[in-house]
Design a protein. Sequence first.
Length: 400
Amino acid sequence: MGEKLYFDELETRSADARMAAQTAALRDRLADIGKTEGNCLDVAEIHSIEDLVKLPVLRKSELSEWQKARPPFGGLTVRNVAHIFQSPGPIYEPGGISHDWWRMGRFLHAAGFGPDDIVQNCFGYHLTPAGMIFESGARAVGATVLPAGTGQTELQVTAARDVGTTAYAGTPDYLKVILDKADEMGVTLSITKAAVGGGALFPSLRQEYADRGIACLQSYATADLGNIAYETPALDGMIVDEGVIVEIVTPGTGDPVAPGEVGEVVVTSLNPDYPLIRFATGDMSAVLPGQSPCGRTNMRIKGWMGRADQTTKIKGMFVRPEQVAALVARHGEVARARVIARRDGQQDAMTVQLESTGGDEAAYAASVVETLKLKAIVEVVAPGSLPKDGLVIEDQRSYD
């Protein structure tokens, strides 16, 4: 028998089959949450994935506050906890040890990892879940793991040579550190594949690895959610994982953007041990049209396109995406808004552009002061004329 092309049959199912299965899983998760003491979500009217927009977005700052009030997990539905991890904040995340708990096996399979591989796992194991996330995925594809963590590069090279490491897992740039140290030591390594995350994989770095005979792919995962999306050898965006529902929304709101537009990634995790509903990642991306030529049928996103938290200090005051959303909501004829921070001589200045079919500019100016707490030049622009780049606050100031 030849190698299995896909990790499982879920990757190639029809859109209707995926929708039906995810809807059923979502309703199960919401039913569990509805029984949780202190639950504040109105889940009774959520009957399908399309109904998710009726629920509020959960932000990391809120999760942190919940955890402070009800440690360690803020009173959320949590089962089968084998580990507790800590991320900056601090925020605490549960971890399980059931098969492929973080769903990383799907990505590692796409990256070519399998039973014949020895994976040098250079993600951290101390407090952070990253090391365990990738180890769990390696276990799911039958690979052997060298739990290397970070640092002690000479020992990393020696271990990779001695155990016959064939695959690397870690941040994109640390593999180069190991390879360069191996060159310095005159050691030849057997690494031919790499699965990376936690940082930017620049095209020049990917090419450098390719020139060394190493195929490098990246995943998009978080400590709270596990794997969200991943690259395949087709290199045509990132395939959304089968265990999550991804929405792209206007930053500061829970409102979906039009197909193809840039917005904030909001994820619903269907993990029965730790479901998170409409969890805002703070990352920006956009949906790609069509299906991947690799044969996987799920939604594709472009990958990381910046941060959604565009909070900017103007004239000594913070202006936040949530405030811009509130400004739009005050006027039914206003479709979108963009705040532009600029310099006027040696002082900060602010322009607010509003997509509107008309309206009273004086009323708009008053609303700007009430919601953003600052005066601004108000420009009414034609509907559809603002850039569709996901920015609601644009900082044009230069301090050179």
